[in-house]
Design a binder for this molecule. Structure first.
Ligand code: PLP
Length: 395
């Protein structure tokens, strides 16, 4: 007999826990898709999305997961034979680049590590050497979900500017949008990519791109166009369904409107970032307390480069898969598995619809499993996390 009863708990880095209001909104019956309320909702969403990415650029939606948003970014801006520079950072940026290779792009990888953020100086040096400006686009992630690094997007833009390089700067914020401060215009990002199921609090199925004028201007010269993800068709749309290359993702639009309302009610995107920063601080306090030479440690060495959306924990001599299994089987808590060849590791997702009781429950359950397993542990992560949360409570 296990204690695994009641509401199961999910702490993986996407899909995240959905607000009940979002799920309820998805149960609305199918409406008129040509005019009326749904069209209003769709237009309302398009008017609010730029504020989420902090841009005056144009937002686009596609019925897809994050991979579909990757494809949209590539297909509207690049041509067969174009060279892309992928800034290696864990696992996901290279996956995006490999998709470009299948589309006919030539990929060069700026090598990175599994433990550190992308080095802006290395980017600047590579771009300075590209005197003929062969590199058409630079692809990177803000947060890599395997390593849980947060890259400094503003510093990478500064490196591009120092090298005086005209390449498009394209940033994958799939794990970080709605979790991590992100300033598309201020940081000179030309194309931003995200998806619905992580910080955006909507089930998987909607991909997003935001494009500034420089990115939109590349459209004309791009030859990878594809109707399903086409920007111009969406800009020219005079029928509502043309915004989605067919029938709109009705239930997802209802859900997204609800999620955007929830963000507004919290006090806007800055308040959401602030909550993520504080909750992530509690996770980091717990890991720091648990840490011990033969047990837990942070995968990301520099504290300033640790993500506010996900934390990857190396577990040393502790069998991470066993730990996850104990948590899931015995308590109903699902943790993220370690990916990207990190060895013994697991991940805690702390993105989206999350509050202290849910987070502290996750951390306390991990600690209970550690104790039950007789695993090496420095001190109480729960006490440290509670003390961290306490700093932010108004009494
Ligand atoms: C989750 C994720 C992806 C992939 O998104 P899918 O919806 O699974 O296609 C890509 N990049 C990053 C940084 C992610 O976190």
């Amino acid at each position: 007999m296990s204690l695994n009863h009641g509401i199961p708990s999910l702490a993986i880095p996407g899909p995240s826990v959905m607000p009940p209001r979002v799920l309820a909104a998805m149960s609305n019956q199918m409406p008129n898709i040509y005019e009326g309320g749904l069209v209003d909702i769709s237009n309302d969403i398009l008017s609010r999305l730029p504020g989420i990415a902090r841009t005056s650029g144009h937002p686009f939606m596609v019925i897809s997961n994050g991979h579909g948003a990757w494809l949209m970014a590539i297909a509207n801006t690049l041509s067969r034979g174009d060279k892309i520079l992928v800034l290696e950072s864990g696992r996901f940026a290279i996956g995006w680049g490999e998709m470009g290779v299948v589309s006919g792009l030539e990929m060069e990888i700026l090598p990175g590590t599994m433990t550190d953020p992308i080095d802006p100086a290395a980017l600047e040096a590579r771009l300075a050497a590209d005197t003929d400006h062969e590199i058409q686009a630079i692809l990177c992630v803000q947060t890599d979900t395997a390593t849980s690094v947060r890259n400094d997007i503003g510093a990478l833009r500064a490196a591009i500017d120092s090298a005086g390089h005209p390449a498009l700067f394209m940033v994958d914020c799939i794990a970080s949008m709605g979790c991590e401060p992100f300033e598309m215009d201020e940081w000179g990002v030309d194309v931003t990519v995200a998806a619905s199921q992580k910080g955006m609090m909507v089930p998987p199925g909607l991909g997003f791109c935001w494009a500034n004028d420089k990115a939109l201007a590349r459209y004309e010269h791009a030859d990878l166009h594809n109707t399903y993800v086409d920007w111009q068709a969406r800009l020219d749309a005079d029928a509502h369904y043309e915004l989605y290359a067919g029938t709109p993702p009705i239930s997802h639009l209802y859900a997204l409107k609800e999620a955007l309302d929830i963000i507004d009610e919290e006090g806007g995107i800055e308040a959401v970032w602030d909550r993520h920063t504080k909750l992530a601080g509690a996770v980091r306090a717990a890991v720091e307390a648990w840490a011990t030479p033969d047990g837990f440690s942070f995968n990301i060495t520099d504290p300033a480069a640790r993500s506010n959306a996900v934390t990857t924990i190396l577990t040393g001599s502790i069998d991470a898969d066993h730990l996850r299994d104990v948590c899931e089987r015995e308590t109903g808590l699902t943790l993220g598995l370690g990916i990207g060849g990190l060895g013994n590791a697991f991940r805690i997702g702390h993105m989206g619809h999350l509050n202290p009781p849910a987070l502290l429950g996750t951390l306390a359950t991990v600690e209970a499993a550690l104790v039950a397993m007789g695993a090496p542990m420095g001190g109480s992560g729960v006490a440290a996390a509670a003390a961290e949360i306490a700093k932010h409570l108004t009494v």
